[in-house]
Ligand binder design. Structure first.
Ligand code: CP
Length: 314
């Protein structure tokens, strides 16, 4: 079997990935996705490996999908969260990492409220560090699973496609990673947010910025709604009219391309990010498929990062 040429040690953000790397991840994820759906879930590709999931910020999807992904590949997972750990007694992040590495794991998946935490932790690690979301900075595995959905729907044809990212772009690591990834593949990106929640000026080139939601989605092929992230907001950033201006409703979907896809990284604030009457039953929604894809994409990533000379399985 041919080996995959994979040169990366860690995953901090999507910016380090080439088009070829992205294609490898999506193709491998598709192999796992199809097998997962068919009920073929047991592999020994990571047999005997120990993977630490170090989460110091809350998570449902990312944590569980990494755990399920690792276990389906045959690895054993070990979960550490800062609540209940010795970090509560004042142990520093660097000492925590030195302690984890002394246990000789094979990889460490890190979620943190601090931007740059995964990269910082890698300076204490001789095993792959995978960023599962760090502060406002990046959420590379979310962007890759979002891309998987677009790739499936558009059959890998990104040329001429446009997506609008709606909502709290300013505080969103999901938006940042997605914009990098989508632009790299030639997808045109619009954002729509109140001015106080648009990203800091000058960060991205080529992104069209809107404040009017109906104009922002005219003719687009996908809409990605974001969660309004109250935990990251200083007072006064959210206009009182936010839900009436930026919530995705049936009227908003009707302005887009008839085959528009609706994505959201979750968790959703009903009637703030997306109207509750379209949540769960809109034909355009890919939200549950995003969660399903999350397992397959993380299986692909764990295999590529944990196994030197991983084999082409497809
Ligand atoms: N999308 C996402 O990161 O969700 P969780 O916070 O539930 O992991």
């Amino acid at each position: 079997m041919t080996s995959i040429h994979w040169k990366h040690k860690h995953l901090f953000d999507v910016s380090s990935l080439s088009i070829g790397d992205i294609d490898t991840i999506i193709t491998l994820a598709k192999y796992f996705f199809v097998n997962n759906r068919a009920g073929h879930k047991g592999y020994s590709l990571l047999q005997g490996k120990n993977i630490i999931l170090f989460f110091s910020e809350n998570s449902t999807r990312t944590r569980l999908s990494f755990e399920i992904a690792a276990q389906r590949l045959g690895a054993t997972t070990h979960f550490l969260q800062s609540a209940g750990s010795s970090m509560e007694k004042g142990e520093t992040l660097s000492d925590t990492m030195r302690t984890l590495m002394a246990m000789r794991p094979d990889a460490c998946v890190i979620r943190s409220q601090y931007s740059g935490a995964a990269q910082y932790c890698s300076s204490f690690a001789d095993v792959p560090i995978i960023n599962a979301g760090d502060g406002w900075h990046a959420h590379p595995t979310q962007a890759l699973l979002d891309l998987f959905i677009l790739h499936q729907a558009w059959k890998g044809e990104y040329k001429g496609k446009t997506i609008t990212i709606v909502g709290d772009v300013k505080h969103s690591r999901v938006a940042r990673s997605n914009i990098h990834l989508l632009q790299k593949l030639g997808i045109h990106v619009r954002i729509c947010a109140p001015r106080t929640l648009s990203f800091v000026q000058g960060t991205f080139h080529g992104v069209e910025v809107y404040t009017d939601i109906l104009k922002s989605v005219e003719g687009v092929d996908a809409i990605m709604a974001l969660r309004l992230q109250r935990e990251r907001q200083a007072g006064g950033l959210i206009p009182k009219e936010y839900p009436s201006c930026y919530c995705i409703t049936r009227d908003v979907l009707e302005c887009a391309n008839p085959h528009v896809l609706l994505l959201h990284p979750g968790p959703v604030n009903p009637n703030i990010d997306i109207a509750s009457n379209i949540l769960g039953n809109a034909v355009e929604s890919r939200i549950e498929e995003q969660v399903e894809a999350g397992v397959a994409v993380r299986m692909a990533l764990l295999y590529l990062f944990c196994v030197p000379h991983a084999k082409v399985l497809y």
